[in-house]
Design a protein around this ligand. Structure first.
Ligand code: DOR
Ligand code: ZN
Length: 343
């Protein structure tokens, strides 16, 4: 079996900086048309100058693949003024503003503590037509955090009806009805929330490489997400939330949250969609929906996927002894990108 799809978009990606950026960027740039690049660096990407400089570093790290890879840059929400937002909007590659509730995930301490404080910035974004991406939980990692956060989405959607609001990496069945309730609400979904539940993370030996925020949830949550995505839900876009950490930050007490799946996304998604008889919905999930929702550029070229096996290395190595373990490290995947490279 072999399929061809438009070069895909990853609508939620962590590329980091420095040696990690150099390791991670080529994995996404090789096969993707572009990605929405998260701003949670230290310090966060919070103004036009930081955004411009970070975009240059991303393009440099993407190497020759930068010609076919468009980084869509995001700004970390920090009560920016209208003038600051306008400056960011004029920066090449600017895409959206990302809201992190303070302390919700990696490098989010400078995020929003009081939603009232964010009101003027959100109002200005609505006027300027800048999309808002919202990290989907308020912090911590107990099971019902996302459900607790749903009133925040409702409130935002109601108060800012012209603001395009994206629930980033929805992880529960409870979040799905909001997409029908509000025209201005959209969502991204990850590969790992479609694949795994808490049993995979902690039902046997602890699997720290599956630990992420939001955590993977119950079987019924995964089933609801799968049903929505495999039916071709028009408001759900693929956003990997691929988030690399050095091996020693994952395999330790106090492990960091983040699944590094950029290298295996396309084979793993093809296998999952094929197993579920949904291959015809893959292209929409991987870009068609995002193009319609955000007006992204027309496709540039195709990617072929085939059901031929591919071995995933135990880790990828970067500069200065950096090692990162990808999802499915050391296992054999049943599908691959037809050029034989990891994505
Ligand atoms: O698991 C996660 N890791 N979730 C996030 O939202 C952030 C990310 C990271 O930056 O490591
Ligand atoms: Zn993320």
């Amino acid at each position: 079996m072999r399929i061809e799809i438009d070069r895909p978009w990853d609508m939620h990606l962590h590329l980091r900086d420095g040696a990690m950026l150099n390791l991670a960027a080529p994995h996404s740039a090789r096969h993707f048309a572009g990605a929405v690049v998260m701003p949670n660096l230290v310090p966060p990407v919070a103004d036009a100058d930081a955004l411009r400089a970070y975009r240059s570093r991303v393009l440099r790290a993407a190497g020759t693949d930068a010609e076919t890879f468009t980084p869509l840059m995001t700004l970390f929400l920090k009560n920016q003024t209208r003038a600051e937002l306008e400056a960011a909007r004029e920066t090449p590659g600017f895409f959206a503003v990302k809201l992190y509730p303070a302390g919700a995930t990696t490098n989010s301490d400078g995020g929003v503590r009081d939603f009232g404080d964010a009101e003027p910035t959100l109002r200005a974004m609505e006027k300027l037509g800048i999309p808002l991406l919202v990290h989907g939980e308020s912090g911590g990692f107990v099971l019902d955090r996302e459900a607790e956060f749903l009133p925040v989405y409702r409130d935002l959607a109601r108060r800012f009806p012209k603001l395009k609001i994206c629930m980033e990496h929805i992880s529960t069945a409870a979040a799905l009805p909001l997409l029908d309730e509000f025209e201005n609400l959209f969502a991204t979904a990850t590969l790992h929330h479609l694949l795994f539940t808490l049993d995979d993370l902690a039902g046997g030996l602890l699997a720290p490489h599956l630990f992420c925020k939001p955590i993977v949830k119950r079987p019924e949550d995964r089933a609801a997400l799968r049903a929505a995505v495999f039916s071709g839900h028009p408001k759900i876009m693929f956003g990997s939330d691929s988030a690399p950490h050095p091996v020693e930050k994952k395999e330790c007490a106090g492990a960091a949250g983040g699944v590094y799946d950029a290298p295996v996304l396309l084979p793993a998604l093809a296998a999952l969609f094929a197993e579920n008889g949904a291959l015809d919905k893959l292209e929409g999930f991987l870009g068609g929906n995002a193009r319609r929702i955000y007006g992204l550029p027309a496709p540039r070229g195709k990617i072929a996927l085939e059901d031929a096996p591919q071995d995933v290395p135990a880790f990828f190595e970067g500069e200065n002894g950096l090692r990162v373990a990808p999802l499915f490290a050391g296992t054999r995947l049943p599908w691959r990108v037809a050029d034989g490279n990891f994505s």
